[in-house]
Design a binder for this molecule. Structure first.
Ligand SMILES: Cc1cc2nc3c(=O)[nH]c(=O)nc-3n(C[C@H](O)[C@H](O)[C@H](O)COP(=O)(O)OP(=O)(O)OC[C@H]3O[C@@H](n4cnc5c(N)ncnc54)[C@H](O)[C@@H]3O)c2cc1C
Length: 581
């Protein structure tokens, strides 16, 4: 207990990505009397959102561009393979335009044409160009504006590099969060009335991934351990164009701006899989097409890594377009693999990119428990949550809209709640704090012999091998058995560094624990769903089966194991149809 600090806030927001900052701003605007903390395990500006590239979807100039909320909703629902909750999708599409204006007002330099009109680019699965962008650094510009705005509010404190280890829960009611200040190892207890979990996705359970090293799903695991349910965890999005061999994203905007996908024979193979949409079909369809091409022997072997890949060809694009609209693509390719995309095609293959599943929430962003009842004091927003607007497959550029829309909703709702609540009883809190202190001490002082970095590699290998683009019962069974061994080994993980200052070794072990927990849930949910829908493609069950499986998977903790149940998909106006592009 030596260096523990107790802080009191009305609302804490865990995560300083686009969802977290948006929540902070709207909670603050709801009442200047509220004291708000944003807590981030990274420097806030290093949150994964800064790397978002292609843009944000929203209906702008509907009449002039032949667009409408209904069309955006239809594209999203069809893209989701009809697993999205349609009332939530309507909230998304109707609120997204005001978010573009919001970001405009706080200083995001949206690309505009010569008349000053905001431009929109095509994105996969969208009927018309609907993606608003700031070159291919959209996330960076949004984050910079949000950070400046948040700092100017007066009633929001930002805690950089503070790692939240657990939620302090009084039964199923939120009371606070326990965090370690990474700089000096001291503990901070954030006692609060409401909490918004905006900790991003968990695609780092895979090895070949476009996501930041920090996308370990901590908040999702913390919520699960606190009694929340997780929804549709089997649906992990594989982005078709992860750069080989490092997995760095080559944004879909590259295809939106006219890029082609070619196989070893130089053929634009998408003609065989989605003739009408070609390279702008949804991601699940293109990822499957790439793997099918590779399995047919039409892939190309990458010399250094042995990885098989196809090619993303941008060589026919006007060099000016490449420089003005896709500067980051060029920069990434030149710096990391020494290829100039204006001169040579890029080697690409599907990489884990986004997690459609996450913390189960209602349309107000309230976190739901295993019985799907709202938990007091807990909200979620952004990629950590599953409201669900993406269903079985997200359309590119819908995530930033989701972060913006539900950041706002969760911030406003949490503010309303916090104004009427009291802090939890001190006695209950001190017991919870001492329990967590004991748990952390036991992990830090354990005398095990398992190297956490080797264990993480094993975890990544299992997920890359058995739970990738195509899944089969046999392979997943093997994967689940290996995950069980990994889970066991985690009990013998050794934290080499026993110090306090920037103990990243300890942090890595805590993150690994969260990833193992989530990988196990993904595996169980995937093995359970006996159909192919969106990003979950089964070799034995090749078709979508609406009779049996038009339902969300709900996973929650029951003792030491995970229990699965189901909930209905809310279908309002768009009846499930065969998905053709
Ligand atoms: C390379 C790339 C490009 C993308 N481009 C686009 C795009 O153009 N358009 C689009 O719509 N989507 C895009 N996406 C998806 C989109 O970027 C993300 O879904 C979105 O940015 C997630 O934002 P977030 O606010 O939910 O979380 P994040 O931005 O991931 O932030 C998570 C926050 O949680 C904090 N955190 C996590 N764990 C802890 C803990 N234990 N303690 C304290 N803090 C914690 C982190 O420090 C961080 O601040 C892209 C994804 C990738 C990988």
């Amino acid at each position: 207990m030596n260096r523990m600090e107790l802080l009191k806030y009305d609302i804490i927001i865990i995560g300083s990505g686009i969802a977290g900052f948006k929540a902070a701003i709207h909670a603050s605007q709801a009442s200047k009397d509220l004291k708000i903390a944003v807590i981030s395990k990274l420097h806030a500006m290093r949150s994964h959102s800064v790397s978002a590239e292609g843009g944000v979807s929203a209906v702008l100039y509907g009449k002039e561009r032949n667009d409408s909320y209904d069309l955006h909703a239809y594209d999203t629902i069809k893209g989701s393979d009809y697993l999205a909750d349609q009332d939530a999708v309507e909230i998304l599409v109707k609120n997204a335009p005001q978010e573009i204006a919001f970001f405009d007002h706080i200083g995001v330099p949206w690309n505009r044409d010569e008349k000053g009109i905001v431009m929109q680019r095509p994105f996969g699965g969208m009927t018309i160009p609907r993606t608003v962008f700031a070159a291919d650094e959209t996330g960076f510009f949004m984050m910079r504006a949000l950070y400046d705005e948040t700092k100017s509010l007066g009633n929001v404190d930002i805690f950089h590099e503070h790692f939240v280890t657990t939620l302090l829960m009084k039964n199923k009611e939120f009371a606070g969060a326990y965090a370690i200040n990474l700089a000096d190892g001291s503990e901070k207890i954030f006692e609060a009335k409401a909490c918004i979990i905006a900790t991003g996705g968990f695609a780092r359970i895979y090895g070949f991934t476009t996501t930041a090293h920090s996308s370990t799903g901590d908040g999702t695991a913390l919520a699960y351990n606190a009694g929340a349910s997780l929804k549709d965890m089997e649906f992990v999005q594989f982005h078709p164009t992860g750069l080989v061999p490092n997995g760095i994203l080559i944004t879909e905007a590259a295809r939106g701006e006219g890029g082609y996908l070619r196989n070893a024979k130089g053929r634009r193979f998408m003609e065989d899989y989605a003739k009408a949409k070609m390279e702008l079909a949804p991601r699940d369809i293109i990822s499957r097409a790439i793997i099918t091409e590779i399995e047919k022997g039409n892939g190309i072997k990458h010399g250094e890594s042995d990885m098989e890949h196809v090619q993303l060809d941008l060589t026919h694009l006007d060099p000016k377009k490449l420089d003005e609209r896709l500067p980051m693509v060029k920069d990434i390719a030149m710096k990391t693999i020494g290829v100039d995309p204006g001169k040579e095609p890029l080697p690409v293959r599907p990489a884990a990119h986004f997690t459609m599943g996450g913390i189960n929430s209602d349309n107000e962003g309230r976190v739901l428990d295993g019985a799907e009842k709202a938990m007091r004091g807990l909200w979620t927003a952004g990629e950590a949550g599953c409201v669900s607007v993406h269903g079985a497959n997200r359309l590119g550029s819908n995530s930033l809209s989701e972060c913006a829309v539900w950041g706002r909703i969760a911030g406003e709702e949490a503010a309303k709640y916090a104004k009427t609540q009291r802090f939890a009883d001190e006695k209950i809190l001190s017991q919870l704090i001492s329990d967590e202190e004991g748990r952390l001490k036991s992990i830090l002082e354990k005398s095990g012999d398992v190297n956490p970095y080797e264990l993480k590699e094993q975890l990544n290998r299992v997920m890359d091998t058995y739970f990738y683009v195509y899944r089969s019962t046999g392979k997943m069974k093997k994967g689940i058995a290996q995950l069980a061994k990994i889970k066991k080994q985690f009990y013998s993980v050794r934290v080499e560094d026993k110090g306090r200052i920037y103990n990243t070794n300890f942090r890595d072990v805590l993150e690994l624990g969260n990833m193992i927990c989530l990988a196990d849930i993904v595996a169980q949910c995937a093995a359970n769903r006996k159909e192919s829908r969106g990003a979950h493609a089964m070799l034995e069950y090749t078709k979508r089966d609406d009779k049996k499986w038009l339902k969300h998977t709900i996973a929650f903790k029951s003792g030491d194991s995970t229990q699965l149940s189901y909930s209905q998909v809310r279908i309002t106006r768009w009846k499930p149809q065969e998905r053709k592009y």
